[in-house]
Design a protein around this ligand. Structure first.
Ligand code: GDP
Ligand code: GDP
Length: 537
């Protein structure tokens, strides 16, 4: 596996089922966000994860996930893991359970693991309190020099464990060293960002976009400034609360569009006899009613269904148009995803594009539904593709949005509308790991450098995803204000190629990092790294 993963060293996590291997894996790889987003299952299925600690990168393997036959005895499972770890790992973390204490399966595994040449650390997990920490001492009897009481689910003791793991890794390769020189300075910023110390650009707040204004140009500015820290802590807490709260909220979907495009017909088609309405919830605007309906294993909320029904009866007029537009805007601001209906016979009109533009500005997900497909004449196999091409051409800024042709009248593909909306909802909440993100950006900028603007070539150091819904990426760069629009587009396209983000706007924010500060930090860092290297010898 080391070969597959390039030059990065491999840290294998071994242990009986239920001791907390995958919890530790997630903690090290940093996928808490994914769990919050209820992707726990996919996370669980991930056997490999890239991690970084104290400037060293490595691959973590959850050997528990490698079990092939669920009917195997526990002993057999652990033995298989142990063999794999012995064969492949540069460092082994043997996880045991402070609550159950030492078991025969642990002893079996230990016997095998003793033959490993790789350094091994015993992680006594579930040492949630001082009492259990004391009890963890029992595992010293296994005979390994390094035994760490940890609580993987709260992170207790994990940092100390990681410190030791990193010191035990084999010397870094040339390639890793080269990459590190390039990225070391940015790591420091990254940690500040991740710990919340450096988070002025927080979370979907309007007005932070495009703020490469160099507010932080002052190289001596002190990030530890107490007020700033307090503010960003509050932001972090707010953000965490928002993520957690959001986790329980079903997707909120708004049908929007000009009068007579078929919004109420679509609604009726979806709410038809066979579909049970779970509840009507008063919306936040006066006389707005939202409707909750079952969808798959969950539910979706359709925003302002009252407004849609009402509008169905309004004759087309300038006043009706305005009313409809206003109502649409209100619905969009409360929704996660907007389904923009356009009239298949009329095609995309200026007002359609206007509403769509508002969806993008608000950072909401977007699905374009071409309605009245039944009434589009002379359809051929290529009609839909031609239609989509034309929309892309007319409104290139909507090219991220999926398009579907439907007929609210016949019911053709109406279910697909909600399917797409829910997909988009999930994409909008997707969180990308910092390591993965930076590899993509690094490759992208190797392939194509930012163009010079007025004699300056911006240099991007580091990127991190600061927010979801919509996905918001912050790039730390020198000459951030000079990152040309075309280059922002290039980066956005790379992110979309790599991660999808179907139907959701994504935001790129460029923050200035003054070079002088980076060099100073880099100096400090390499001194520390050198010290660490000495200690490990
Ligand atoms: P694995 O089968 O070894 O991968 O174990 P899991 O990571 O799935 O964890 C098994 C159970 O132990 C889960 O219910 C976890 O929530 C729980 N667990 C994990 N870490 C801790 C911890 O530090 N303290 C306590 N009390 N429980 C934990
Ligand atoms: P709203 O104002 O957007 O809610 O639009 P309505 O749902 O009230 O529809 C306006 C008109 O378009 C009505 O006469 C509908 O019968 C018609 N209509 C709606 N959907 C379709 C469709 O899929 N095909 C055709 N041919 N007509 C439709």
């Amino acid at each position: 596996m080391a070969g597959q993963r390039g030059s990065l060293p491999v840290v294998a996590i071994v242990g009986r089922p239920n001791v907390g291997k995958s919890t530790l894996f997630n903690r090290i790889v940093g996928e808490r966000a994914a769990i919050v987003e209820d992707r726990a299952r996919t996370t669980r299925d991930r056997l490999y994860g890239d991690a970084e600690w104290n400037g060293r990168r490595f691959v973590v393997v959850d050997t528990g996930g490698l079990e092939i036959d669920p009917d195997d005895l526990i002993e057999a499972k652990v033995q298989l893991q142990a063999r794999l770890a012995i064969a492949e790992a540069d460092v082994i973390v043997f996880v045991v359970d402070a609550i159950t204490g030492l078991t025969p399966a642990d002893l079996d595994a230990a016997e095998l693991l003793r033959t490993a040449r790789a350094p091994l650390f015993v992680a006594v997990n579930k040492a949630d309190n001082p009492q259990r920490e004391l009890e963890a001492a029992e595992f010293w009897s296994l005979g390994w020099e390094h035994t760490f009481p940890i609580a993987a689910n709260h992170g207790r003791g994990v940092a100390d464990l990681l410190d030791e793991i990193v010191l035990a890794l084999p010397a870094e390769t040339e390639a890793e060293h080269a990459r590190k020189v390039r990225e070391a300075e940015a790591d420091e910023f990254a940690r500040d960002v991740e710990t919340g110390r450096l988070r002025p650009f927080i979370v979907g707040s309007e007005g932070s976009d495009g703020d490469g204004s160099g507010a932080e140009d002052d190289a001596d500015e002190d990030f530890a400034d107490a007020e700033a820290v307090a503010a960003s802590d509050a932001e972090t807490a707010r953000w965490d609360a928002m993520l957690a709260a959001d986790g329980d909220e079903p997707p909120a979907i708004a049908f929007v569009g000009r009068p007579n495009v078929g919004k109420s017909s679509l609604l009726n088609s979806l709410l038809g006899e066979d579909r049970m309405i779970v509840s009507d919830i008063p919306g936040t605007t006066r006389d707005a009613i939202d409707t909750r309906i079952p969808w798959g294993r969950t539910e979706v909320v359709l925003i302002d269904t009252a407004g849609i029904r009402k509008r169905g009866k309004v004759a087309s007029s300038a006043a009706a148009d305005r009313y409809s537009a206003l109502r649409s805007l209100k619905a969009i601001s409360r929704a996660d995803v907007a389904v923009l209906l356009i009239d298949g016979v009329d095609g995309l009109t200026a007002q359609d594009a206007h509403i769509a533009g508002y969806v993008v500005e608000e950072g909401k997900g977007l699905v374009i539904a071409i309605n009245k497909w039944d009434a589009v004449e002379d359809k051929k196999g290529t009609t839909f593709d031609t239609y989509v091409e034309w929309i892309r051409h007319e409104a290139p800024f909507l090219d991220f949005a999926p398009v579907v042709s439907i007929s609210a009248r016949t019911g053709q593909r109406v279910g697909r509308v909600l399917e797409l909306a829910v997909d988009v909802w999930a994409e909008r909440r997707r969180r990308v790991g910092t390591g993965e993100l930076n590899r993509i950006i690094s490759t992208a900028s190797d392939r194509q450098q930012p163009p010079m603007v007025k004699g300056h070539r911006p240099k991007i150091f580091y990127a991190t995803q600061a927010a979801v819904a919509p996905p918001t990426f912050v790039f730390f760069a020198r000459d951030a204000a000079s990152v040309h629009f075309s280059y922002q587009r290039y980066l956005e396209n790379r992110l979309r190629d790599e991660f999808g983000f179907l139907g959701t706007p994504i935001r790129l924010v460029f923050r200035e990092r003054a070079g002088i500060r980076i060099e100073r930090r880099a100096g400090k860092r390499s001194a520390r790294a050198a010290g660490a290297a000495k200690r490990s010898r």
